[in-house]
Write a new protein. Structure first.
Length: 234
């Protein structure tokens, strides 16, 4: 089943005046109406982020939005260091498919929140370690230690984002599922890309940024393809 909305339904969504002008021009319209509008068409016209914001106007598809949130979070699953986050994704997926109860989802959300808290604490400790080394004597050993500490800090920060994605996928109430998908998708794309770039190049900052941008575009392309698949009922 192809998922659809209407211009009138999405008029309160956060796509901005430029996004509205772009969509109306693509549709060849000047006024809002109640004509069926496929989400795949919004994706074609405005791109993924605007299409995700428009999901907020279609709570009747919350099952699909939650499954998409879980899929996006799983893109960063390899960064997760806490089994509670992985469990939360599984429960959220089963909940969307009618195979888990509200109580099970709530318990998974609480556990994922604890995992996120632990990840934040670890990231903070790693960041403080980097700061401490930075203020020390710039010896060769200190520089090596600094590189190791910065690597650990990045890993901890990436893990924190991944744990947060699992928490949001499991924990948001039904009416906020779509609204939080935007944060999950963009956040995962940013930090998975940053980690991928860090692991593939240790050259100049400029080279790392180029690698990060390429990785982000690859992730966002995959996210858009998956969104199209899900809203097209394939």
């Amino acid at each position: 089943m192809q998922l659809t909305t209407t211009l009138n339904k999405i008029q309160m969504c956060n796509i901005g005046s430029r996004g509205w002008k772009k969509l109306l021009k693509y549709l060849g319209k000047t006024m809002l109406d109640d004509e069926s509008l496929p989400f795949s068409v919004i994706l074609d016209s405005n791109g993924l982020e605007d299409a995700l914001w428009c999901c907020y106007a279609a709570p009747e598809y919350n099952r699909v939005w939650r499954l998409y949130a879980v899929w996006c979070a799983r893109q960063g699953q390899y960064l997760m260091t806490d089994q509670r986050s992985l469990n939360a994704l599984g429960v959220a997926e089963r909940y969307a498919n009618g195979q888990a109860t509200d109580k099970e989802l709530s318990a998974a959300k609480d556990a994922a929140e604890d995992a996120w808290g632990a990840a934040r604490a670890a990231a903070g400790a790693a960041a403080r370690a980097v700061a401490g080394i930075a203020t020390g004597v710039a010896t060769e050993d200190a520089c090596i230690a600094g590189d190791i500490a910065r690597e650990a800090a990045l890993a901890e920060k990436a893990a924190t984002l991944a744990e947060r994605a699992a928490l949001v996928a499991a924990g948001v109430v039904a009416k906020n599922v779509a609204k939080n998908v935007v944060g999950i998708a963009t956040g995962i794309a940013t930090w998975v890309a940053a980690w991928a770039a860090r692991k593939t190049t240790r050259d100049t900052k400029a080279a790392t940024w180029v690698a990060e941008d390429a990785a982000r575009k690859t992730i966002q392309a995959a996210q858009a393809a998956k969104f199209r698949e899900m809203v097209s009922g394939k």
